[in-house]
Design a protein around this ligand. Structure first.
Ligand code: ACO
Length: 337
């Protein structure tokens, strides 16, 4: 069997454990129809989303992340002190600084970890996986905790029906370690891309250094998510298709070798377009967006944990994770589970 890491200098890393957490509060499409001019039928038919989870006022992104992390660590059988790297992928950090990863470190008492955040929107968890892979491969660290976590309800304009129906809160985590059998288990290939020419089509325009929040622009809700949905949709399909092709090629795999594709959970129609391109049957696409909506960086992490715990993916299966988000950013990974 050929050695199928995409960089001959990288050894394989494996996913030692996964975990996820979603808040208890459920917000259904019918609930939303009482707030904005929308309907369950519109949301389901355009997106596939039926409901989403909303964090309480007392919960910050790091609290969701910490719960997901504890579950991943328990499954991996690692203690907080064994973790030497924590990366949190998020676009809804607790604070501009310190990083949300530092809050998670405090919550876990993971005193030996180096901690930082990644901002790559919905692609963030796969960016974190690639970064952790480099750290582990170069023996910079042994045990990495990567987390995708979002409290998007805190940055949604609840009067804008174009966006508020799409997003939800939650977190997913994975513990990564060096694989014993190089090249046959773990992350087989990874791919990332970005296009900074499209920053305007999905953005929170206010609140940063380019546009500090003032009473006036707070009134205009510039500190909430603004999206040109159709444009994003078009780029998402093209970029995710290309990312799938790249990781399959780099891992020397064909679509028929794949047991499960875990795509970013934004829109059922985007997932269907990718499925058609890959020519895989519907049962090989893992979908949970009907329950959670788009949880950005958390979406693939939550889906991976649910696929693992439900038995939808089994040891030895070859799976593909693929994401797309604001930036624009996109990423994919092929994993032998
Ligand atoms: N309820 C009812 N009507 C609505 C709603 C709503 N919630 N939202 C928009 N509409 C209306 C619009 O006003 C428009 O009305 P008009 O024709 O009278 O102007 C009409 O519905 C059609 O709107 P479109 O935007 O054309 O609808 P579309 O079919 O494109 O679906 C959607 C919108 C679901 C947002 C789609 O474009 C999409 O999924 N885009 C991709 C989103 C995505 O993938 N994001 C990933 C990254 S997220 C991240 O990185 C944080």
């Amino acid at each position: 069997m050929p050695k199928i890491t995409n960089n001959p200098n990288l050894c394989s890393i494996r996913v030692a454990g996964t975990g996820s957490y979603v808040p208890d509060k459920v917000l259904t499409n019918d609930d939303l129809a009482k707030i904005v001019d929308t309907s369950d039928e519109w949301i389901r038919s355009r997106t596939g989303i039926q409901e989403r989870r909303i964090a309480s006022d007392a919960q910050a992104t790091s609290d969701l992340a910490t719960e997901a992390a504890k579950r991943a660590m328990e499954q991996a059988g690692v203690t907080a002190e064994e973790i030497d790297l924590i990366i949190v992928a998020t676009i809804s950090p607790d604070t501009f600084f310190p990083s949300t990863a530092c809050y998670v470190q405090r919550n876990l008492a993971a005193k030996n970890a180096v901690c930082f955040d990644i901002s790559a929107a919905c692609s963030g968890f796969l960016y974190a996986m690639s970064v952790a892979r480099q750290f582990i491969s170069t023996h910079t660290c042994d045990t990495a905790l990567i987390i995708g976590a979002e409290k998007l309800s805190s940055m949604v304009n609840w009067e804008d029906r174009n966006t508020c129906v799409l997003f939800g809160d939650g977190a997913g985590a994975a513990v990564l370690k060096r694989a014993e059998l190089d090249g046959e288990q773990g992350v087989l290939s990874a791919y990332m891309g970005s296009d900074g020419n499209q920053t305007d089509i999905l953005v929170v325009p206010g609140g940063g250094s380019a546009c500090p929040i003032t009473p006036d622009n707070a009134e205009q809700r510039l500190n909430t998510i603004s999206m040109q949905g159709k444009e994003v949709y078009r780029y998402a399909v093209t970029a995710m298709r290309r990312a799938c092709d790249r990781v399959l090629q780099r891992a020397n795999l064909k679509p028929e070798d794949i047991s499960m594709v875990i795509p970013h959970q934004a829109n059922f129609r985007i997932i269907e377009a990718i499925r058609e391109r890959l020519d895989v049957p519907p049962e090989k696409m893992f979908i949970n967006l009907q329950k959670y909506g788009n949880t950005s960086a958390a979406a693939i992490a939550i889906a991976l944990d649910e696929a693992h715990r439900s038995g939808a993916i089994q040891r030895g299966d070859k799976i593909v994770l693929v994401a797309f988000g604001a930036g624009l950013t996109w990423a994919a990974a092929a994993i032998c589970w």
